[in-house]
Write a protein that binds this ligand. Structure first.
Ligand code: C2O
Ligand code: CU
Length: 509
């Protein structure tokens, strides 16, 4: 009876197994994760079927889709300012593309089928060629049938090294993912399930680092490690607890930030997001440091354990500078900015939060009326909270059968043009309002933006990022100079939410 999950656990104590809609969450174990560098600027990425050993038991390989046969796909490692030439060869039985997540590419290289290119047919190939203006931790993945293609293993890291590299003893790249596997370690075929679309996305039952259920990572006393974290999961949010290790955040979504300790007890990493940490391994004391994921209540889970062993690298921790040189991003000019609200609504239990935001006047009937939402049921100025008004509004927002809406519609599907049109070079200031009961990592293509404020409170360090995690009821202000012409997606990186309508276009003229 208990052997049903035995292969996943590899005989380890079943710590932290919990049910997620009947899926056991398997505690992460075992893996010292480094992936080989390609070292070349000319890369061929063949997307196709492959087999991978995701779980610890080699008797249960998993049929995956992968780049060059491995999960993650080949690490692409380049220098800032270099030109990347990457040929996508489509050996899948369906159309695909590659999106270079976080890289400020020319629009035609952005990999969005139907928007920036024609999808690459089975058997065909496509050459992506672009410069790498920014150093940092980036990644690549398909943007066609993304829930399934990414969910089956098509993704890889793209590391752009600084012109003057940061001094560390060792660098680790951890690409986090989760998988929904059955008892033979086969991938569950139910992509785009309505329940996943309307709730938290497709949450898996097996967590991997670099395509493996993680093992212990051996580190040495006094060693300085740069840990590049990437979340490649469809829907899973990680809340990482590095208790005892006191990591320093040096970059977010690739871009340098003033080095600082975590400002929350845990590092929140939503789908699509990256974080670079510097970890100084203590020279004495504890020798085992579990990195815990505590996002899901009562489901805390050891992601991996850093085990200190061997001779000390030095007798006290390094004190080398951790500040990275900023990337060449144009500074927003808020006085000249075009300003736009993006109101995200829908999903299960969404009307509650929308009602609260209307009651608190953070969202007004004027705003919604302006967006073409039917506010005729409103009984007076600001009284949108009445049931009749609410029902009308919901009907007009989701009449097309969509689950999620941006400004009262699914701009992707409705086909009535961009959410925002900006002149090239103008600053775009967006207020993103999460009027839903769910968290959303909202990702902008083609640009990085400054994160200015959350609920009217200035964010420390105002980091440059490309994906911002927004809590239910939260209002987030971002700004960027729209210097990259073209049509750029802005969408939720919980891929099932994007399928359900949480997506739109920003047009830079
Ligand atoms: Cu990483 Cu439009 O996505
Ligand atoms: Cu979302």
């Amino acid at each position: 009876l208990s052997s049903r999950r035995g292969f996943l656990l590899g005989g380890a104590a079943a710590v932290g197994i919990v049910a997620t809609r009947g899926w056991p969450l398997v505690p992460a174990r075992a893996y010292a994760g480094e992936i080989p560098a390609s070292g070349s600027s000319d890369v061929v990425l063949r997307a196709g079927a492959a087999r991978a050993n995701l779980v610890s038991n080699p008797a249960y390989p998993t049929d995956v889709w992968a780049y060059n046969g491995t999960v993650p796909g080949s690490e692409i490692r380049m220098r800032q300012g270099q030109r990347l030439r990457a040929r996508l060869v489509n050996n899948l039985s369906q159309e695909t593309t590659i999106h270079w997540h976080g890289i400020r590419v020319p629009n035609a290289m952005d990999g969005v089928p139907g928007l920036t290119q024609t999808a690459v047919k089975p058997g065909d190939s496509f050459d992506y060629v672009f410069d790498l203006p920014d150093a940092g931790t980036y990644w690549y993945h398909p943007h066609a049938n993304t829930t399934e293609q990414l969910g089956r293993g098509l993704y890889g890291p793209l590391i752009v090294e600084e012109a003057e590299p940061l001094r560390v003893d060792r660098e680790l790249v951890w690409m986090l993912d989760d998988w929904r596997l059955d008892e033979t370690a086969a991938i569950d075929n139910g992509f785009n399930a309505m329940h996943d679309v309307g709730h938290a996305g497709r949450i898996g039952n097996v967590v991997t680092i670099n395509g493996k259920v993680p093992d212990d990572v051996t580190v040495r006393p006094g060693e300085r490690i740069r840990l590049r974290l990437l979340n490649a999961a469809n829907g899973r949010i990680f809340a990482l607890d590095f208790a005892g290790l006191a990591p320093t955040v040096i970059a977010l979504d690739g871009h340098p930030v003033t080095p600082h300790a975590l400002d929350t007890p845990m590092l929140l990493l939503g789908p699509g997001m990256r974080c670079d940490l510097v970890i100084d391994v203590p020279v004495s004391g504890k020798t085992s440091f579990p990195v815990m994921d505590r996002f899901y209540d009562g489901m805390e889970n050891t992601l991996a354990t850093l085990v200190v062993a061997g001779a000390a690298v030095r007798d006290r921790v390094a004190d080398w500078d951790m500040a990275l040189k900023p990337n060449p991003l144009p500074e927003p000019d808020l006085d000249q900015a075009i300003r736009q609200n993006l109101i995200y609504s829908g999903g299960m239990m969404g009307d509650m939060i929308l009602q609260q935001m209307i009651k608190s006047r953070h969202i007004t009937p004027e705003m919604l009326g302006h967006m073409g939402v039917d506010v005729s049921g409103a009984t007076g100025s600001g009284d949108m909270a009445g049931m009749g008004g609410m029902a009308n509004m919901m009907r007009s927002m989701f009449g097309a059968g969509n689950v999620w809406a941006v400004n009262g519609r699914d701009p992707d599907r409705d086909g009535d043009g961009p959410l925002v049109t900006v002149d090239r070079g103008q600053t775009c200031h967006l207020t993103l309002m999460n009027a839903t009961a769910w968290l959303h990592p909202i990702h902008l293509h083609g640009h990085a933006f400054r994160l200015l404020a959350r609920n009217d409170v200035a964010v420390p360090y105002q980091p440059w990022i490309d994906t911002v995690l927004i809590a239910p009821g939260e209002r987030v202000e971002i700004a960027f100079v729209a210097d990259n012409p073209g049509d750029w997606l802005i969408h939720c990186h919980i891929l099932e939410h994007k399928v359900g309508g949480m997506s739109g276009v920003i047009r830079v003229l």
